[in-house]
Design a binder for this molecule. Structure first.
Ligand SMILES: C[S@@+](CC[C@H](N)C(=O)[O-])C[C@H]1O[C@@H](n2cnc3c(N)ncnc32)[C@H](O)[C@@H]1O
Length: 321
């Protein structure tokens, strides 16, 4: 009960609880956002059904990665950072990370928000976690009061929103004066890969979910077979195509420069297929250059506390100034 009153105070409008779920708005006015929501509803439903046995690997892989993405040396350090905060997990998907945050810091309040139906599953699965609630709604317009959230976590999400710059601005405005923001964006890749990715974003509307699952299975198989070759290539620099010089495993070389054909033995086949589906299905999937990301951070009066660069993404922890 103590949390319900606190949550009511955070919202600009009257809210109602259905157990641990708060329903605000169910749809966007944008076709691409609605398509993106539907594909994630589909992904989470399938992943929830299929991963049996792979779920643990997927979650522990993601948690370990989260620590790297946002500069925490251990779960303990993350727990200390989360302590006593009001936290939103913006675009929480199945909510396992929201649950992780709530469990690492039992004196915090965590609200997971997602536009897809995943939050309905999450609110049931984690109903016994006292300091954890879920909201179905748009992270670009959360209906949460400005200056009320100590920490916004938006992990692997913002590029799927209709206008990532506006979403980032909205989420920054929710922060209290000393509030912090953990955010991740996709990076721009080599030109052939970008062109193919853009082509698929546009084509997605014409394909059924079954067709995209089928494509994802085929690409997973391609990735697996390329990995099994165990061949390295020493590529020249090709600046006009954005291809960097260096020695690559052949699967990685094709993956970064031409086509996403994800396969990870440790994660398992079904999770790899879902990862490919996740890439090819949503219409909204903006990629940023490093300078575009930094400009967005600066424009929203945030300073960088930690910045992380990977081949596929940029991420970091930013503080309101
Ligand atoms: C790749 S998943 C990441 C999920 C989770 N953060 C994680 O790291 O496991 C992206 C999620 O963002 C959600 N999403 C995309 N656009 C959204 C929006 N405008 N409002 C709320 N959620 C959104 C999708 O429904 C999906 O669950």
């Amino acid at each position: 009960m103590k949390y319900k009153d606190k949550i009511k105070g955070l919202f600009k409008e009257e809210i109602f609880f259905e157990d641990k779920l708060i329903l605000l708005s169910n749809s966007s006015t944008f076709d691409n956002q609605n398509q993106t929501n539907d594909t994630f509803t589909e992904k989470w439903k399938e992943l929830d059904k299929k991963v049996d046995g792979e779920e643990y690997n997927f979650e522990s892989y993601q948690k370990k990665w989260f620590l790297e993405l946002y500069g925490f040396s251990s779960e303990k350090e993350l727990g200390n950072f989360l302590k006593g905060k009001i936290i939103i997990d913006a675009g929480c998907g199945l909510g396992y990370k929201s649950n992780w945050f709530a469990s690492l810091a039992p004196d915090s309040l965590v609200i997971g928000i997602d536009f897809s139906n995943s939050v309905i599953l999450a609110s049931k699965k984690y109903k016994n976690v006292e300091n954890l609630y879920f909201v179905q709604g748009d992270i670009a317009e959360t209906k949460i009061k400005l200056n009320s959230i100590n920490l916004v976590i938006c992990d692997q999400v913002i590029m799927h929103t209709e206008n990532p710059d506006l979403t980032f601005n909205h989420l920054s405005n929710l922060l209290t004066p000393d509030g912090q923001f953990c955010c991740y964006v996709y990076s721009k890749k080599a030109l052939p890969r970008e062109l193919l990715d853009d082509y698929f974003r546009n084509e997605t509307h014409k394909l059924t979910n079954d067709q995209i699952w089928e494509l994802s299975e085929q690409l997973t198989e391609l990735g697996k077979r390329l990995q099994e070759l165990n061949v390295k290539i020493n590529s020249p620099e090709i600046p006009l195509l954005g291809i960097k010089a260096g020695e690559y495993d052949i699967q990685r070389f094709i993956y970064w420069n031409f086509i996403k054909c994800f396969f990870n033995e440790e994660l398992g086949k079904e999770t790899s297929i879902a990862t490919n589906f996740d890439w090819y299905s949503p219409s909204n999937a903006k990629r940023f250059s490093e300078s575009e990301f930094i400009e967005m951070i600066n424009n929203n009066h945030l300073e960088i506390e930690y910045f992380h660069i990977e081949e596929a993404c940029y991420s970091g922890r930013f503080k309101k100034i």
